[in-house]
Design a protein around this ligand. Structure first.
Ligand SMILES: [Fe+2]
Length: 296
């Protein structure tokens, strides 16, 4: 068991090195101290850390391998927005990274044309998600604070969703907390203060970690990815799988070592034009298709 675990970690670390060389960060790169691989392997294999998700009083194992085996790397995704081709490519990259669990920071649906398919894939992969503002709007039908394009996409999505998919969206919690034994990770859509607050890179600060009572804070909502490394811990925004807005149309996700802690934004290319065509084909606003091409 220990040997296979060490081999798995070695492979994951090797692949992470490959990913680092091709990744992009929107914040300045921070110098980071990495322990030697040998020390890290011994440390990991002796401790058998388990990660649990907490949703209120509920405790859920995030790892299918059982409590005797810990998580080495965690993949954070956010704002899929019903973009199935982007999600499929991101999950391929996640698998290649050696990540053993994936968590989604909200906005499963809205904007793009594959809501039922995306929900089906998240369920089949047992990927935990919280709710985003678009998920809430689709459940409630309240689009009073959405722009006309987003509101139209919410209406279209409500017309397409199966009852099973709608029930899935209703079941999403507002936030998740993960405990590793050494680190507390809070996953929110907006901010610890307000699930609808936008926290862009220039607003990120260590105070968010105090407000979130955590060592690693993971956010979504802005569609602008970043990693802020502080003495107190990490503040991370996973950007968007399905509709990036930082000028880079490639799908974004974040690779996280929750106990280091260490995180890095990853980007992957997907078939944007196929999603563009599909948005137009189903009658969603042209503006939603156009912005996919430029990542804005
Ligand atoms: Fe979003």
């Amino acid at each position: 068991m220990a040997n296979s675990f060490a081999t798995s970690l070695s492979r994951a670390t090797e692949k992470r090195g490959m990913l680092q060389s091709s990744s992009t960060m929107t914040e300045a790169s921070f110098p980071r101290k990495r322990p030697s691989l040998v020390r890290k392997v011994l440390f990991r294999t002796c401790r058998h850390v388990s990660i649990q998700l907490k949703t209120g009083a509920e405790h859920i194992n995030a790892c299918d391998h059982g409590p005797e085996r810990g998580i080495i790397l965690l993949a954070i995704i956010s704002d899929i927005h019903a973009n199935l081709p982007a999600l499929e490519v991101v999950l391929e990259a996640v698998e290649a990274s050696g990540s053993e669990a994936v968590v989604h920071a909200g906005d499963v649906v809205g904007y793009n044309s594959f809501p039922n398919e995306v929900i089906g894939l998240l369920k089949s992969r047992r990927i935990r998600s919280i709710r985003g503002n678009h998920d809430r709007a689709v459940v409630s039908g309240n689009t009073s604070w959405f722009n006309p394009y987003a509101a139209r996409a919410v209406e279209w999505t409500r017309e397409q969703l199966t009852e099973t998919s709608l029930e899935y969206l209703r079941s999403l919690p507002p936030h998740l907390v993960m405990e590793t034994g050494e680190a507390t990770i809070r996953i929110v859509h907006g901010s610890p203060r307000d699930e609808d607050e936008y926290v862009f890179p220039q607003q990120a600060s260590p105070l968010l970690l105090d407000e979130g009572e955590c060592d690693v804070l993971v956010m979504g909502h802005t569609h602008v990815p970043f990693v802020l490394r502080t003495a107190r811990g990490l503040v991370v925004n996973a950007g968007s799988v399905g509709q990036p807005r930082d000028g880079d149309p490639r799908a974004a996700w974040v690779l996280l070592d929750p106990e280091e802690p260490w995180a890095e934004v990853q980007r992957v290319t997907y078939d944007v034009t196929s999603v563009y065509d599909e948005v137009l084909r189903v009658g969603l606003p042209e503006m939603l298709a156009d912005r996919l091409l430029v990542g804005r």
